[in-house]
Write a new protein. Sequence first.
Length: 313
Amino acid sequence: MDKQSNTLEKTKKFWISITGYRTLLILKSLMVKSYTIDELVDIIKNDSITNKSVSKDTVRIAINTLKSAGCEILRPNKANNYKYQLIRHPFSLNLNNKELQVFARLRDKIAENIEYNDIFVLNDLYDKLISLTLNESQVDYINDTQPLKNIDKKVLDEISNPKIIGKRVQIKYLSPDCGEENIDVIPQKVTYESGKMYLRCYIFKYEKNSLLHVERILKINSIDMFNIYDKNTSYEVVYELSGNSANIFKIQKNEKIISKKDNSIKIEAIVDNEFLFIQRLLLFGSDFKIVSLDSFREKLIDKIKLIQKGYME
């Protein structure tokens, strides 16, 4: 079996057109940057497939072949430091507007199901793919619509560092109400939900847990690394679901089912972030009812009235 495998591997070498491979290797190199003829010779020498037959003439023949195929390549001269420069080539990716929209929506769908760190990798991949179109407007569109576009990667790395969890951190924050301000927080967790990235944290200014948009965090001013703060402001809420929402209900980590009937279920939730919890409840429409706490029920009613008022104006 090993002998057959070795024979097959040797045979595979004859399936490759050395001339064609060498031409594509030079095209690939010139698509990255410009090279002198000596640099192109070195690239061919360092490749395991083309390293046996290399000369300046073989490079020139490959360059002429690419020109015949429609590539525009500037000849080496003093102005370009005697380098071959690829101006344009016909081997581009063609996308119509509908295909471009589907291409962008596919990225959004993938982003919903991967870790946020992988979203930056996904964005880089899309940038490389769309660059193959050589279409500036399509490149701009993919760049402008990328998930987490406005996130400062350096700030994200700092704020998601496990070492600062439970520590007092002062951040510069661009508040929609107050503009730029310095606020002290205790970071708890960075989450990615509904296309947005949030920092779950305790805010000293308001003395409660809340959410901050990571894209609005401009800078980490200081970190108190010597003290650990335990600010647990979570509380329990019991709510009941009925109708179709009860049938399709999917429990979350902060919830447990405490009773179940034929057409309804009662759930106890540990709420450490009112915003996310209220968003979850509102998705159930008229199928949910707050059993306790009374104070939370009143707060929720006030928020719903405020939403209704906004639609009426």
